[in-house]
Structure formats: structure tokens, C-alpha cells
Design a protein around this ligand. Sequence first.
Ligand SMILES: Nc1ncnc2c1ncn2[C@@H]1O[C@H](COP(=O)(O)OP(=O)(O)OP(=O)(O)O)[C@@H](O)[C@H]1O
Ligand SMILES: [Mg+2]
Length: 361
Amino acid sequence: MSPDLFDSEQQFRLIVEAAPNGMLLVDESGTIVMVNASALHLFGYKRGELLGKSVEMLIPGPSRSAHQHHRAGFIKAPQIRSMGEGRELFGLRKDGSEFAVEIGLTPIQMIEGPGVVASIVDISERKRLEMQLRRTERLAELGTLASGMAHEIGTPMNVILGRAEYLLQRAADEGMKKGLATIITQVERITKVMNQLLTFARRRMPEWRAVDFGELLDDSLEMFQERIAQGRITVEKTIEPSMPLVRADRDQLIQVLINLLMNSIHAMPEGGQLRLSLDQENSHARLGVSDTGHGIPEEIRSKVFEPFFTTKDFGKGTGLGLTVVKGIIEEHGGTIAVESAIDKGTTVWVRLPLDGAQPKA
Ligand SMILES: Nc1ncnc2c1ncn2[C@@H]1O[C@H](COP(=O)(O)OP(=O)(O)OP(=O)(O)O)[C@@H](O)[C@H]1O
Ligand SMILES: [Mg+2]
């Protein structure tokens, strides 16, 4: 059929139907008179399910009655404007899910009476990006603040530490020695908090390499040899033979292992067993760090990854250990899960993509 066979109304309908924005024509009573393909796609309905129905079915429950009210006001004083200025608007899909929308309203005069054309854009992706950007900006600010503080606080702390150690070597009096030892421990705590905060805030982009996870596990364990022996902890380690390499940032993975080992050791003040396992699970390496410590009560299990959440005494834990771990693992496209039973122990499972595995977008 040649285009000149269409009359102008048909052409107009075709244009509206093909418009990339969702478009609805609603009459004075709020009934949907026309809907285009994009709107059907956005809300997940078939045309017959919307035509003749109230437009309020596309609005989530809480805003529905307010919308009826606004609609009446708009018909009385019609003007081209965007809907819900200053408020966040949401559309309601057929499947009950909601999505952020931006809506422009244009009054029109139909033969049957006044109506409104609503032009609808799904802005959920834009919102998601905005949120991500805000979060990145916040982290960057925190990073700047933390490095500034690390310098301002770190320098005098080093001086204090140096002097205290110097005096401790010379002190003969037991009371004096004890006092100086306390100063040293406290300064070390402050330094630890600063370092954790720095790692948390200044997490750089990972430097990807093919990494031997088992070797890293050995290296990290090595650092704790002394504490493990003193703490009457036995270690059992099983690494699957010919374990493939993982795609990871070496330093960041060591940080992960240190934080997890530290938590397990802390959880077993009376000693116990530390079990480490590494094996392959499909396209992932699976690390298990298991202890026979005090366990994590059910009600706080969901909080352990939150920044600054700690059950340790004031000054003993920063509550950033697991936050850092989770951040790093997720940046690696991996996952982390915790299993725990009170007084029996805790197992943390880390899954990391193997080198050559398709990284998650
Ligand atoms: N293996 C574990 N056994 C029992 N509880 C644990 C274990 N690992 C973590 N937790 C709980 O989760 C909390 C948060 O752990 P996270 O490592 O984030 O901080 P933290 O250990 O308290 O402080 P930091 O790591 O800075 O020393 C801990 O305070 C503890 O209550
Ligand atoms: Mg910790």
C-alpha cells in the first residue's frame, strides 16, 4: 500500500504507535482511550487489557488516590507540564513490579471532551547510574578524607610510637614499663583503624593477574604461624591438586585472606581448629575458611558485612574487615557467604572466577 493511501489520522496513529516514548491518551474520567506500543512494552500489558480501563491501574497503590486528585485539577487548569514536579514517580507493571518514570502531560481537546496525552519514559537505568555515581563520589570523598587523616594522624602517631619504644627500652621501673607498653598498644590500634579505613575507602581498581590461590593461602597462613601456635589452634588445609589459577589482584586477595584468618583466630580465644579448603566448583575456585569458634548469632548474621559493624570491644575491632573482604570479592566478580552455628563455629565461603572464566559484566 502506498503512503498516500493513508489519511492524516492514520499517519498520526502510526507516528504515535512508533514513538519511542510510552504514550497514553486519557479522557476526562481517567479512562485510557489510546495506548502505543512502547507503553504496552513498558507496563507489560496487551492493548486490550488497557483500553477502556482506568489509568490508575498503572500507578502503584500509595500514589493512586493522590493521582485521582491531581487528574481532576489538571483537567480544570490544563497546561503542558511534567507530572509530579519535585517528586519521584513510579509506574506499576502488570507483574506488580515498579519502575521509575518521567511523565510529560499535554492537554488536548477531543471530540468527546478534554483529554490528556501522557508521554512516559522509563528512567530506572538513569536512576541506577546516578546512584552508582553518587556512591562512587562519596567513596572518593571518603578516600581523600581518609588519606588526609592518615597523614595528619599517622605522622604524630609514629613519633609517639618511636618515643614510647625508646623510653621502654630505657625504663627500669615496672610501673613505667607497663604504662609505656599500654601507650604502644593503643597507638597500634589507632594505626590499625586508619589502615582499615584507608583500604576501605581507597580501594583501587584491581590489577588483574592469573593468581595461584593455594600459594597465597600458604603465604597468608605463614604470617599467622606465631599466633596460631600460641593460641593453641590446629590447622587443617586441603587444597585440590592441580587447582587452576584464579583471575585476581594478588594484594587484594591477601587482604581478604588476612581478614578472614584474623576473624577465625579471634573467634577461638581458647584455641580450636582452623580448617581451610580450596577446590574447584564449575568455573569458580571455592575457598572455605572454617573455625570452631563462638559462632555468629542468627540476628547479627546479616549485619557482619556492614561497615563499622563489630561485636568486639571498643578499640579492638574496626568492623571494616568483612566490609573490605566483600567489596574486594564482589569487584572480582565473586561471591561470599557465611554459615555459622553458635558455639560450634563459622565457615566463610568465597567463590572466585577462575582465570579464563568469562568475567561477569
Ligand atoms: N569467624 C567468625 N566467628 C565469629 N564471629 C565472626 C567471625 N567473623 C566475623 N565475625 C563477626 O562479625 C563481626 C564483623 O567482622 P569484621 O571482620 O567486619 O570486623 P571485626 O573483626 O569486628 O573488626 P576488624 O576486622 O577491623 O578487626 C565481628 O565483630 C564478629 O562479631
Ligand atoms: Mg575482622
